[in-house]
Design a protein around this ligand. Structure first.
Ligand code: HEC
Length: 246
């Protein structure tokens, strides 16, 4: 089979020093990819409070939990029994309406002082929600990753990871036994998925339905680079030389 990389060279034909160089690089990059996977599981994987990466995690990380404010989720959760239903409802309506300030003093604050103050004004360490500025921090909705974070992480990923793919793809271009079109496809795929991955972060920030694209993008480039890394390592060491050059 004719080598589709640089004519006359194949991984199995490389001299020992070049093999050592390529092998060291591929091993380090392969380990780096595994670590990146673990890190994703530990950060994004836990975003929805459950172990393992899911579409919900991606939505929570990039889009946020916009189903409600801290106040509303508490009033539907652990604070449920601390106020009569009609008071709870009034508070929930207020926060859903964007917590209008003119209703704070007249309606909401008296409720809070009456029903919530017993604990929240008196127990040290508990948010004193009778104070306006404290309560307003509870009315905020989680909006996921900020635009500045996304911009920063996007460009770091694009520059850093494409450099890795460039080296891996370049080494793999010397592999034997692939038709040029298959080889070109494998070499291009990680770049394509990388771009898809980054674009889908931004899309997910705007619309949670794009979360599955993030997973496909990340999975796609991990798979393509794994194929290239393993093939290259195999051909460097276990494939018979085609020619004898040292
Ligand atoms: C019996 C005491 C008690 C009463 C009454 C009470 N709370 Fe709480 N509240 C707590 C405790 C304890 C926590 C912390 C544990 C938790 O989050 O469930 C808390 C937490 C909260 C939080 C989250 C605070 C944070 O820092 O994230 C909100 C919001 C909240 N309460 C709202 C209310 C509202 C509104 C009322 C009145 C309708 C109320 N609470 C009445 C004891 C109380």
């Amino acid at each position: 089979m004719k080598n589709a990389g640089m004519k006359g060279f194949a991984l199995s034909d490389m001299s020992l020093p070049v093999k050592a160089l390529f092998t060291g690089y591929l091993l380090a990059v392969g380990l780096g990819l595994c670590m990146a996977g673990v890190q994703i599981m530990l950060t994004h994987g836990m975003a929805d409070g459950k172990v393992g990466l899911s579409v919900d995690d991606i939505v929570y990380s990039y889009y946020g939990d916009r189903s409600g404010s801290t106040l509303e989720s508490k009033l539907n959760g652990s604070m449920q029994n601390n106020a009569p239903p009609e008071v709870r409802l009034e508070m929930i309506k207020w926060v859903r309406a964007g917590a209008p300030e003119n209703e704070w003093e007249s309606t909401i604050k008296p409720h809070v002082v009456k029903y919530c103050g017993v604990c929240h004004e008196n127990i040290p360490g508990l948010a004193n929600i009778s104070k306006k500025e404290v309560m307003y921090t509870m009315t905020k909705v989680s909006e996921g990753a900020s635009v500045s974070t996304l911009t920063r992480v996007s460009h770091i990923h694009l520059f850093g990871i494409s450099f890795i793919f460039f080296m891996v793809g370049w080494i793999f271009s010397y592999a034997d036994g692939f038709s040029p079109i298959v080889k070109a496809f494998l070499i291009f795929t990680p770049f394509g998925f990388l771009i898809l991955d980054i674009v889908s972060w931004w899309l997910t920030k705007m619309n949670p339905n794009f979360a599955w694209l993030v997973i496909i993008g990340g999975f796609g480039y991990s798979l393509a680079s794994t194929v290239m890394i393993f093939t290259s390592l195999y051909q460097l060491w276990f494939k018979n030389r085609r020619t004898q050059i040292d």
